[in-house]
Design a protein around this ligand. Structure first.
Ligand SMILES: Cc1cc2nc3c(=O)[nH]c(=O)nc-3n(C[C@H](O)[C@H](O)[C@H](O)COP(=O)(O)O)c2cc1C
Length: 188
C-alpha cells in the first residue's frame, strides 16, 4: 500500500522549546509514512533533545552547524534547502520567527530558511505572554503575508506553569498541514 509521504523529502527544524521532545514522535510518524527526513537543529535545541535520538529516528545525521559537511558535499544549507519538498519548523520559537521575519541568517536553521523556495510550515510553541507580545505578533503577520504557513498553537496548560495560548499544536494538526501543503504548488 502506498504510504502518505512516499517519495517526499521533508526537512524538520527543531528550536529550543520545551516542546521539542514532541517532534521526536512527529519524525517517527513522517518516516513510518514513507518520508525521507533530515533534521536540522539550532544549537539551543540540543538542550532539549539529543542528536542521537534525532539521528536514530530520522535515519540520517542531524544537521547542527552551517560549517559541517557530513552528508551534503557542497554548501550544506543551500543543498538541503534545495533538497526539501517541504520544511517544517517544530517547535518554532519566538526567536526563529523573529529572525526569519528580519532576514537574519546566523545559524543552520535560519540560513536554510532564507535559502529555500520550498513551502515552510512553522508550528510555534511558547509562553502565552511571548505569543501575545505585539512584536512577535507583527513578525507572525509579516511571515504570513510572505506566504509562510502556520499551525496555530493551542490554548491550555503551559509547561511554564501558566494557562493560555502557546502549546504546540497536536501532531495530528501538524501532519495534516504537511499533507495539505505538499498537495499545493510552491507558494513563494
Ligand atoms: C526551559 C526553557 C523552555 C523554553 N521554551 C521556549 C518555548 O517554548 N518557546 C520559545 O520561543 N522560547 C522558549 N525558550 C527560550 C528559548 O530557548 C530562547 O529564546 C533561545 O534563545 C531560542 O533559541 P533558538 O530559537 O535558536 O532555538 C525556553 C527556554 C528555556 C530555558
Amino acid at each position: 500500500m502506498r504510504k502518505k509521504f512516499s517519495n517526499k523529502k521533508i526537512l524538520v527544524g527543531i528550536c529550543a522549546s520545551i516542546a521539542a521532545y514532541k517532534t521526536c514522535e512527529l519524525i517517527r510518524s513522517l518516516v513510518s509514512e514513507g518520508a525521507s527526513v533530515y533534521v536540522l537543529v539550532t544549537k539551543n535545541a540540543l538542550h532539549f533533545v539529543t542528536s542521537l535520538t534525532l539521528k536514530t529516528l530520522s535515519g540520517h545525521p542531524v544537521i547542527e552547524n552551517i560549517f559541517d559537511e557530513e552528508e551534503f558535499d557542497n554548501i550544506m544549507h543551500v543543498q538541503v534547502a534545495h533538497w526539501a519538498d517541504l520544511i517544517v519548523i517544530s517547535p518554532a520559537t519566538a526567536n526563529i520567527i523573529g529572525k526569519v521575519a528580519h532576514g537574519i541568517a546566523d545559524d543552520i536553521v535560519s540560513t536554510t530558511l532564507l535559502a529555500t523556495r520550498s513551502p515552510v510550515i512553522f508550528a510555534p510553541a511558547m509562553n502565552d505572554q511571548m505569543y501575545m507580545n505585539t512584536i512577535f505578533q507583527e513578525n507572525l503577520k509579516k511571515l504570513k503575508a510572505h506566504g509562510y504557513h502556520f499551525v496555530e498553537p493551542e490554548s491550555g496548560y503551559l509547561a511554564c506553569g501558566y494557562e493560555g495560548i502557546g502549546r504546540l499544536a497536536s501532531q495530528d494538526a501538524i501532519l495534516k498541514k504537511i499533507e495539505s501543503c505538499l498537495k499545493k504548488v510552491h507558494s513563494r
